[in-house]
Write a protein that binds this ligand. Sequence first.
Ligand SMILES: O=C(O)CCC(=O)C(=O)O
Length: 300
Amino acid sequence: MKNIKDTFFDRGFISPIKALDTSTANEIKNEYINFYENISTVREKIEHKSKSHLLFKWANEILFEENILRVVKEVLGQNVVAWNSLIFMKPPKSKKYVSFHQDQNYWKIKMDKGLTVQIALSSSTKENGCLQILPGSHKQDYSHLDKKDTNNLLARGQEVQLTENEKNNLQKIILNPGEFCIFHGNIVHGSNINISDDYRVLFSIRYLTPDNKIDEKLYYNYATKVCGVDEFKYFKEEPNLDKDSPKLCSNFHNQLISKQAETYSKLYLKKFSFLSFLTKLKFVRNLIYLFREYKGQAKI
Ligand SMILES: O=C(O)CCC(=O)C(=O)O
Protein backbone atom coordinates (compact mmCIF):
# COMPACT_ATOMS: atom_id res chain seq x y z
CA MET A 1 0.00 0.00 0.00
CA LYS A 2 1.24 3.49 -0.87
CA ASN A 3 2.11 5.91 1.91
CA ILE A 4 0.60 9.40 2.20
CA LYS A 5 3.48 11.10 0.39
CA ASP A 6 3.45 8.75 -2.62
CA THR A 7 -0.34 8.88 -2.91
CA PHE A 8 -0.24 12.67 -2.70
CA PHE A 9 2.38 13.12 -5.43
CA ASP A 10 0.70 10.52 -7.62
CA ARG A 11 -2.90 11.84 -7.49
CA GLY A 12 -2.16 15.40 -6.41
CA PHE A 13 -4.58 15.35 -3.49
CA ILE A 14 -5.84 13.38 -0.50
CA SER A 15 -9.32 13.65 1.01
CA PRO A 16 -11.08 13.47 3.44
CA ILE A 17 -9.00 13.62 6.64
CA LYS A 18 -10.39 14.54 10.06
CA ALA A 19 -8.93 17.60 11.82
CA LEU A 20 -11.51 19.14 14.17
CA ASP A 21 -14.58 17.89 16.07
CA THR A 22 -17.81 18.66 14.26
CA SER A 23 -18.91 20.84 17.20
CA THR A 24 -15.69 22.91 17.09
CA ALA A 25 -16.05 23.44 13.33
CA ASN A 26 -19.69 24.47 13.78
CA GLU A 27 -18.80 26.96 16.52
CA ILE A 28 -16.14 28.57 14.31
CA LYS A 29 -18.53 28.70 11.35
CA ASN A 30 -21.25 30.38 13.46
CA GLU A 31 -18.77 32.89 14.90
CA TYR A 32 -17.52 33.68 11.41
CA ILE A 33 -20.98 34.07 9.83
CA ASN A 34 -22.02 36.33 12.68
CA PHE A 35 -18.90 38.45 12.03
CA TYR A 36 -19.53 38.50 8.29
CA GLU A 37 -23.17 39.50 8.53
CA ASN A 38 -22.25 42.50 10.65
CA ILE A 39 -19.63 43.97 8.31
CA SER A 40 -20.67 47.31 6.87
CA THR A 41 -18.18 48.09 4.07
CA VAL A 42 -17.28 46.26 0.85
CA ARG A 43 -13.61 46.74 1.71
CA GLU A 44 -13.93 44.82 4.97
CA LYS A 45 -16.05 42.13 3.28
CA ILE A 46 -13.16 41.46 0.92
CA GLU A 47 -9.97 42.16 2.82
CA HIS A 48 -10.46 39.92 5.86
CA LYS A 49 -10.50 36.88 3.58
CA SER A 50 -6.71 36.87 2.90
CA LYS A 51 -4.05 36.40 5.58
CA SER A 52 -7.01 35.67 7.85
CA HIS A 53 -4.80 34.14 10.56
CA LEU A 54 -3.67 37.68 11.43
CA LEU A 55 -7.26 38.63 12.26
CA PHE A 56 -9.02 35.57 13.70
CA LYS A 57 -7.72 33.54 16.64
CA TRP A 58 -9.49 30.41 15.35
CA ALA A 59 -7.70 30.77 12.00
CA ASN A 60 -4.31 31.12 13.66
CA GLU A 61 -5.00 28.04 15.79
CA ILE A 62 -5.95 25.95 12.74
CA LEU A 63 -2.56 26.78 11.17
CA PHE A 64 -0.92 24.87 14.04
CA GLU A 65 -3.51 22.05 14.35
CA GLU A 66 -1.59 18.80 14.98
CA ASN A 67 -3.98 16.63 12.91
CA ILE A 68 -3.22 18.86 9.93
CA LEU A 69 0.52 19.35 10.49
CA ARG A 70 1.08 15.58 10.84
CA VAL A 71 -0.08 15.10 7.24
CA VAL A 72 1.62 18.26 5.91
CA LYS A 73 4.96 17.16 7.38
CA GLU A 74 4.64 13.71 5.78
CA VAL A 75 4.47 15.43 2.41
CA LEU A 76 6.68 18.53 2.75
CA GLY A 77 9.10 17.41 5.47
CA GLN A 78 9.75 18.79 8.94
CA ASN A 79 10.32 22.46 8.03
CA VAL A 80 7.15 24.28 7.04
CA VAL A 81 5.82 27.84 6.94
CA ALA A 82 2.24 29.01 6.46
CA TRP A 83 2.41 31.74 3.87
CA ASN A 84 -1.25 32.54 3.44
CA SER A 85 -4.67 31.64 4.74
CA LEU A 86 -7.90 32.39 2.92
CA ILE A 87 -11.59 32.14 3.66
CA PHE A 88 -13.57 30.88 0.67
CA MET A 89 -17.15 31.60 1.61
CA LYS A 90 -20.28 31.29 -0.51
CA PRO A 91 -23.52 32.65 0.96
CA PRO A 92 -26.74 30.65 0.54
CA LYS A 93 -28.07 30.67 -3.03
CA SER A 94 -25.08 32.63 -4.28
CA LYS A 95 -23.62 32.82 -7.75
CA LYS A 96 -20.07 32.97 -6.41
CA TYR A 97 -17.79 30.37 -7.96
CA VAL A 98 -14.08 29.71 -8.41
CA SER A 99 -12.82 29.32 -11.99
CA PHE A 100 -10.65 26.26 -12.64
CA HIS A 101 -7.01 27.16 -12.17
CA GLN A 102 -3.58 26.11 -10.91
CA ASP A 103 -2.07 28.11 -8.05
CA GLN A 104 1.65 27.81 -8.01
CA ASN A 105 2.60 29.16 -11.41
CA TYR A 106 1.32 32.49 -10.02
CA TRP A 107 3.21 32.24 -6.78
CA LYS A 108 6.42 31.09 -8.55
CA ILE A 109 7.27 28.48 -5.93
CA LYS A 110 9.32 25.32 -6.44
CA MET A 111 7.66 22.15 -7.77
CA ASP A 112 6.46 19.79 -5.01
CA LYS A 113 7.37 22.33 -2.33
CA GLY A 114 3.95 23.74 -1.53
CA LEU A 115 0.42 22.54 -0.91
CA THR A 116 -2.97 23.75 0.24
CA VAL A 117 -4.94 22.38 3.13
CA GLN A 118 -8.59 23.20 2.78
CA ILE A 119 -10.65 22.64 5.88
CA ALA A 120 -14.43 22.55 5.95
CA LEU A 121 -16.01 24.73 8.63
CA SER A 122 -19.47 24.09 7.17
CA SER A 123 -20.24 20.93 5.27
CA SER A 124 -19.05 21.04 1.68
CA THR A 125 -21.40 19.37 -0.77
CA LYS A 126 -22.27 19.14 -4.43
CA GLU A 127 -25.22 21.50 -3.79
CA ASN A 128 -23.26 24.23 -2.00
CA GLY A 129 -20.42 24.25 -4.53
CA CYS A 130 -17.73 22.03 -3.01
CA LEU A 131 -14.16 22.12 -4.28
CA GLN A 132 -13.52 20.07 -7.43
CA ILE A 133 -10.12 18.74 -8.43
CA LEU A 134 -8.75 17.22 -11.62
CA PRO A 135 -6.71 14.19 -10.42
CA GLY A 136 -3.14 14.04 -11.77
CA SER A 137 -3.30 17.50 -13.36
CA HIS A 138 -0.45 18.79 -11.13
CA LYS A 139 2.00 17.00 -13.43
CA GLN A 140 1.34 19.38 -16.30
CA ASP A 141 1.23 23.16 -16.75
CA TYR A 142 -1.96 24.60 -18.23
CA SER A 143 -2.19 28.04 -19.78
CA HIS A 144 -4.50 30.51 -18.07
CA LEU A 145 -6.66 33.32 -19.32
CA ASP A 146 -7.64 36.18 -17.02
CA LYS A 147 -11.42 36.49 -17.23
CA LYS A 148 -12.92 39.32 -15.22
CA ASP A 149 -16.18 38.34 -13.58
CA THR A 150 -17.60 39.76 -10.39
CA ASN A 151 -18.88 36.34 -9.28
CA ASN A 152 -15.47 34.71 -9.52
CA LEU A 153 -13.89 34.55 -6.06
CA LEU A 154 -10.38 34.65 -7.57
CA ALA A 155 -8.32 37.82 -7.57
CA ARG A 156 -7.61 38.08 -11.26
CA GLY A 157 -10.18 35.60 -12.57
CA GLN A 158 -7.48 33.25 -13.88
CA GLU A 159 -8.97 30.26 -15.70
CA VAL A 160 -7.86 27.15 -17.62
CA GLN A 161 -9.93 25.64 -20.43
CA LEU A 162 -10.83 22.03 -19.64
CA THR A 163 -11.69 19.44 -22.30
CA GLU A 164 -14.98 17.50 -22.03
CA ASN A 165 -12.98 14.48 -20.93
CA GLU A 166 -11.26 16.49 -18.18
CA LYS A 167 -14.60 17.93 -17.04
CA ASN A 168 -15.94 14.37 -16.70
CA ASN A 169 -12.91 13.39 -14.62
CA LEU A 170 -13.31 16.18 -12.07
CA GLN A 171 -13.49 14.82 -8.53
CA LYS A 172 -15.92 16.46 -6.07
CA ILE A 173 -14.34 16.96 -2.67
CA ILE A 174 -17.24 16.33 -0.29
CA LEU A 175 -16.35 17.20 3.29
CA ASN A 176 -18.12 17.16 6.66
CA PRO A 177 -17.46 20.04 9.06
CA GLY A 178 -14.01 19.54 10.61
CA GLU A 179 -12.63 17.44 7.74
CA PHE A 180 -9.97 18.63 5.32
CA CYS A 181 -8.33 17.79 2.02
CA ILE A 182 -4.78 18.55 0.91
CA PHE A 183 -3.98 19.37 -2.67
CA HIS A 184 -0.83 20.04 -4.69
CA GLY A 185 0.15 23.63 -5.52
CA ASN A 186 -0.05 22.83 -9.21
CA ILE A 187 -3.32 20.88 -9.37
CA VAL A 188 -6.27 22.17 -11.41
CA HIS A 189 -9.15 23.00 -9.07
CA GLY A 190 -12.21 25.23 -8.83
CA SER A 191 -15.84 25.14 -7.73
CA ASN A 192 -19.40 25.87 -8.80
CA ILE A 193 -22.10 28.14 -7.40
CA ASN A 194 -24.00 27.45 -4.18
CA ILE A 195 -27.60 26.43 -4.87
CA SER A 196 -28.28 25.37 -1.26
CA ASP A 197 -29.92 27.38 1.56
CA ASP A 198 -26.76 27.29 3.69
CA TYR A 199 -23.41 29.05 3.83
CA ARG A 200 -20.42 27.17 2.42
CA VAL A 201 -17.39 28.12 4.52
CA LEU A 202 -14.02 26.62 3.61
CA PHE A 203 -10.67 27.78 4.96
CA SER A 204 -7.52 27.30 2.85
CA ILE A 205 -3.97 27.39 4.17
CA ARG A 206 -0.91 27.61 1.91
CA TYR A 207 1.90 25.60 3.47
CA LEU A 208 5.34 25.91 1.87
CA THR A 209 8.85 24.74 2.59
CA PRO A 210 11.06 27.67 3.68
CA ASP A 211 13.44 27.30 0.71
CA ASN A 212 10.81 28.89 -1.56
CA LYS A 213 11.09 32.48 -2.74
CA ILE A 214 7.73 34.09 -3.38
CA ASP A 215 7.39 36.42 -6.35
CA GLU A 216 7.69 39.64 -4.35
CA LYS A 217 6.73 41.78 -7.31
CA LEU A 218 3.20 40.42 -6.96
CA TYR A 219 2.80 39.10 -3.42
CA TYR A 220 3.68 39.69 0.20
CA ASN A 221 6.47 37.43 1.40
CA TYR A 222 5.70 37.35 5.11
CA ALA A 223 4.97 33.95 6.64
CA THR A 224 4.42 32.17 9.94
CA LYS A 225 6.76 29.31 10.77
CA VAL A 226 4.55 26.39 11.88
CA CYS A 227 7.19 23.70 12.46
CA GLY A 228 10.89 22.91 12.20
CA VAL A 229 13.55 25.47 11.31
CA ASP A 230 13.90 28.06 8.61
CA GLU A 231 17.56 28.27 7.72
CA PHE A 232 16.88 30.26 4.55
CA LYS A 233 15.06 33.30 5.96
CA TYR A 234 13.56 34.19 2.58
CA PHE A 235 10.21 34.81 4.29
CA LYS A 236 9.95 37.70 6.68
CA GLU A 237 8.52 37.06 10.11
CA GLU A 238 4.98 38.30 10.78
CA PRO A 239 3.23 39.00 14.09
CA ASN A 240 1.15 36.24 15.63
CA LEU A 241 -2.15 36.50 17.51
CA ASP A 242 -0.81 34.09 20.12
CA LYS A 243 1.83 36.51 21.35
CA ASP A 244 1.04 39.90 19.80
CA SER A 245 -2.00 42.10 20.39
CA PRO A 246 -5.01 41.91 18.03
CA LYS A 247 -4.46 45.62 17.30
CA LEU A 248 -0.86 45.10 16.21
CA CYS A 249 -1.83 42.09 14.06
CA SER A 250 -4.72 43.90 12.44
CA ASN A 251 -2.58 46.99 11.70
CA PHE A 252 0.00 44.72 10.13
CA HIS A 253 -2.73 42.98 8.12
CA ASN A 254 -3.92 46.35 6.88
CA GLN A 255 -0.38 47.27 5.76
CA LEU A 256 0.03 44.01 3.85
CA ILE A 257 -3.34 44.23 2.15
CA SER A 258 -2.91 47.88 1.21
CA LYS A 259 0.50 47.08 -0.28
CA GLN A 260 -1.08 44.21 -2.23
CA ALA A 261 -3.86 46.51 -3.43
CA GLU A 262 -1.22 49.04 -4.51
CA THR A 263 0.57 46.31 -6.51
CA TYR A 264 -2.64 45.19 -8.22
CA SER A 265 -3.77 48.74 -8.90
CA LYS A 266 -0.41 49.48 -10.61
CA LEU A 267 -1.22 46.64 -13.03
CA TYR A 268 -4.65 48.09 -13.75
CA LEU A 269 -3.75 51.78 -13.81
CA LYS A 270 -0.81 51.37 -16.23
CA LYS A 271 0.29 54.91 -17.21
CA PHE A 272 -1.60 56.34 -14.22
CA SER A 273 0.18 53.96 -11.86
CA PHE A 274 1.73 56.94 -10.04
CA LEU A 275 -1.72 57.27 -8.40
CA SER A 276 -1.53 53.80 -6.87
CA PHE A 277 -0.14 55.17 -3.57
CA LEU A 278 -3.73 56.34 -2.87
CA THR A 279 -4.72 52.72 -2.14
CA LYS A 280 -3.08 53.19 1.26
CA LEU A 281 -6.30 54.98 2.21
CA LYS A 282 -9.08 52.64 3.28
CA PHE A 283 -11.85 54.73 1.79
CA VAL A 284 -10.05 54.78 -1.59
CA ARG A 285 -9.83 50.98 -1.53
CA ASN A 286 -13.51 50.83 -0.67
CA LEU A 287 -14.28 52.98 -3.71
CA ILE A 288 -12.08 50.80 -5.91
CA TYR A 289 -13.84 47.61 -4.77
CA LEU A 290 -17.23 49.22 -5.36
CA PHE A 291 -16.12 50.33 -8.82
CA ARG A 292 -14.75 46.90 -9.66
CA GLU A 293 -18.00 45.27 -8.49
CA TYR A 294 -19.90 47.72 -10.65
CA LYS A 295 -17.64 47.02 -13.65
CA GLY A 296 -18.03 43.28 -13.11
CA GLN A 297 -14.39 42.68 -12.25
CA ALA A 298 -12.96 40.19 -9.81
CA LYS A 299 -12.06 40.79 -6.21
CA ILE A 300 -8.84 40.74 -4.28
O1 LIG B 1 -12.97 27.03 -2.19
C1 LIG B 1 -12.98 26.92 -3.40
O2 LIG B 1 -13.99 26.69 -4.02
C2 LIG B 1 -11.69 27.08 -4.15
C3 LIG B 1 -10.50 27.17 -3.25
C4 LIG B 1 -9.26 27.51 -3.96
O3 LIG B 1 -9.22 27.87 -5.11
C5 LIG B 1 -7.99 27.41 -3.21
O4 LIG B 1 -7.99 27.13 -2.00
O5 LIG B 1 -6.94 27.60 -3.86
